[in-house]
Design a protein around this ligand. Structure first.
Ligand SMILES: [Zn+2]
Ligand SMILES: [Zn+2]
Length: 183
């Protein structure tokens, strides 16, 4: 009887509740999903996005994240899956999900999340902390060479890929990363 009372004592329940709360708190405070990482981008901010206006919410979310990072002045490796199909596969492989939405952000190779997550991190000031150490660049991310598309027509094959399909400098669209803003 005594043991039974002990098991159901209010103190114990309170303790359990506190532990549960703490676990919940820790979960929401962990911005990075440990297992999801993007190889080769340990020193970058990578954003997978689309410039297609097909789905309004997606397009707006992509613009939002783009602008948010732009306002903070950091250099971003923007990977437009609409301009380069291999980016989509890359992202799907990284998160292990074929139905991944856009945009998706990785900082220092670690998965951060979508536009909603970024917005919360930005509002709470956490984003600024996460971006510490990245050089601030002016004039921000505006590029006159590619018009911020981050891709330009291939200067190596001038579209010859269409015939031979063997240019190592450009992708399936005959585009190469803008040499001016993407390094
Ligand atoms: Zn080419
Ligand atoms: Zn450019």
């Amino acid at each position: 009887m005594g043991a039974l009372l002990l098991n159901h004592s209010p103190v114990r329940l309170e303790k359990e509740q506190k532990e549960k709360e703490l676990m919940r708190k820790e979960k929401t405070e962990t911005h990075f999903k440990e297992k999801v990482s993007l190889a080769g981008s340990e020193e970058r901010i990578v954003v997978y996005l689309t410039s297609l206006r097909g789905v309004r919410k997606t397009y707006e979310d992509c613009s939002k994240v783009r602008m948010m990072l732009n306002n903070l002045g950091v250099a971003v490796d923007e990977r437009d899956i609409n301009l380069n199909a291999s980016y989509k596969k890359e992202l799907q492989n990284a998160v292990g999900n074929n139905k991944v939405s856009l945009p998706q952000v990785f900082i220092r190779g670690k998965y951060v999340g979508n536009a909603d997550v970024m917005e919360k991190l930005n509002e709470s000031g956490v984003l600024e902390k996460l971006l510490k150490g990245f050089p601030i660049q002016y004039p921000k991310n505006d590029c006159s060479k590619c018009g911020n598309a981050r891709f330009v027509s291939c200067s190596e094959c001038s579209g010859g890929w269409k015939v031979m399909n063997n240019c190592q400098y450009c992708n399936e669209n005959g585009l190469m990363r803008c040499p001016s803003c993407c390094t």
